[in-house]
Design a binder for this molecule. Structure first.
Ligand code: MG
Length: 265
């Protein structure tokens, strides 16, 4: 089947989405103007945005999976996972203060992240394959920031938008997959001292390593692999929590410590 849209349209959509991110100005979902856009087209947009960021000197340091839990898919009306690239300038250390004004309408997701020591490739890796290639599991927080008005989007628009990726905070300590059972880890999310949600690793595709395997399968569809040394965010363990300027978030992971950050006023 011939490709449905031209490189020129891919380029136009990439420009719209990057301008929305860089100017922190939201826009209607892409499929309002391009209703025939396919997941393959959206993936091409996603990789075009990556090409532009790398050309400007940013580094790709890993990947994120989105919509890996039933709770998150139900919250957003999305039917299957999407993925995005994590860049060096999205990364913050534990306890950081993060500028709210550089974002549109950030939401908070506690996640388990995997650091790989070997390249992963292919369409059907097992949980064991992923764990055998894992150097460490790290508690973390993703800050998503859909470039779409009121988070009104569909799966295709979200995939074009790098799966809403915006910022992430890396926890204080790394753990060997031999001593941490990612599936059994639980998490409590607090906003300004109030408990707002709970979740567990089992809510991430039954096992967070399955999310990594799913990512590798999606990369395989476009002839790509997951390089050794990747930092992979496996998906939210809770629903995504709304935020406001000045908010303080803490995610408390069982047996793995706390990850926290402040938004600036
Ligand atoms: Mg996430």
């Amino acid at each position: 089947m011939p490709h449905s849209i031209t490189h020129d349209i891919i380029s136009q959509i990439a420009t719209r989405l990057e301008e929305a991110e860089l100017n922190h100005k939201d826009l209607p979902k892409i499929t309002d103007d391009f209703p025939d856009l396919t997941m393959a087209d959206a993936t091409a947009v996603n990789w075009e945005i990556r090409r532009r960021k790398l050309a400007r000197g940013h580094k790709a340091i890993g990947m994120k999976m989105g919509f890996t839990s039933n709770a998150m898919r139900a919250q957003m009306g999305v039917s299957s996972p999407t993925y995005g690239t994590l860049y060096d300038h999205y990364r913050f250390e534990n306890g950081a203060t993060i500028s709210f004004s550089e974002l549109i309408h950030p939401r908070i997701e506690p996640e388990l992240s995997f650091i790989t020591h070997s390249e992963l490739s292919g369409p059907d890796l097992s949980i064991t394959d992923v764990l055998n290639a894992t150097e460490a599991i790290v508690p973390s927080i993703e800050i998503v920031d859909s470039r779409f008005i009121d988070y009104k989007f569909d799966m295709v628009s979200n995939q074009a938008d790098n799966s809403s990726s915006a910022r992430f905070i890396v926890g204080p300590q790394q753990f060997s997959p031999d001593i941490i059972d990612a599936q059994a880890v639980t998490c409590q999310l607090e906003r300004n001292g109030e408990i707002i949600d709970h979740g567990s690793g089992a809510e991430v595709m039954e096992h967070p390593a399955a999310s990594v395997a799913c990512l590798v399968a999606m990369l395989d569809e476009v002839g790509k692999t997951l390089p050794a040394g990747s930092f992979v965010m496996t998906g939210g363990m809770t629903r995504a929590a709304a935020s406001a300027p000045g908010d303080h978030f803490v995610a408390r992971f069982s047996g793995m410590g706390d990850v926290h950050f402040h938004f600036s006023q």
